[in-house]
Ligand binder design. Sequence first.
Ligand code: SAH
Length: 333
Amino acid sequence: MKELCVELGEKPFRAKQIFSWLYKGIQDIDEMKNLPSGFLARLKEHAEVGMLRVLAHQQSAQDGTEKYLFELEDGNAVESVLMVYDYGNTVCVSTQAGCRMGCSFCASGLNGLVRDLTAGEIVSQILDIARNSLVRVSHVVFMGTGEPFDNYENISKAIGILTDHEGLGMSMRNITVSTCGIVPGIRKFGDDFPQVNLAISLHASNDDRRREIMPVAKRWSIKDLMVACDEYTDKTNRRVTFEYALIAGENDSDKDMKELAGLLRGHLSHVNLIPLNEVSETGMKSAGRARAKEFKSYLESHGVPASVRRELGSDIDGACGQLRNKVATAPGE
Ligand code: SAH
């Protein structure tokens, strides 16, 4: 932006003003009130305020959760979700169009990866939701379509913009990044963002089972993962959240439950038990909320904090990638 300002015959400090206006949520360059009008006219010839087009919008009648399908400039589509919690409004952002991790239970990876999202496209999901739903967004979770650590540079830049005082001014502590377990990414993340929360999609308590449902587990074992998580807690003093989606007949047996408790006991962790969102293409079934509650009691009685995730938006294609697959109007897919 500084370079562009200089090219257009202005001082580089104008870039800071432009930056600040953009994240106030303006929709047009003319809204940048403290900039000289001649400069704004020149700027309009070279730049525009990027926005995402809403392709589909659904609101849950049950809990108010809103789901957006946005169109990117090249015609690809991504999903984002707005969830209303008592501590604030949370947006779940996508980091890639599609995903190449291939987890067997997930809708996002069914058609592979199309491309990484830019930092702008990631941040736009939040700005556009705030604008369209007329809400203030206080929390962001990187848990939509895509693997954040497969697009590290852009998610870093996005976190930078979200937390910059001239950007969205969010607290690092209100941001959570979820990974399927890319170990070098976890290491780098602990160094770069020690105040941002980390969630790990575990979904199985031994390597054989994990490799069956998550191809990434063939590259890094659970042991590699736990070492990286311990390093992360040593570095950051932050507890790691482990996500565990209960899939009938896959990872929901008593043996799985005991193994999970044994694996996590003594680590600074929290288990988020998720009743599986059923995606018809995968054929996998949820083990049910009652089973998730049994897992929770067992884990807690064995010294491992756990909670059962509230199922928000289950009436509006809540599982990752489902809306995108259903609408599938985006060209190039
Ligand atoms: N790629 C990242 C972030 C996106 S997925 C990751 O794997 O963590 C966000 C969470 O939703 C992950 O824990 C993922 O495993 C989980 N998930 C995917 N499909 C699901 C489904 N059908 N039901 C429940 N959770 C699912």
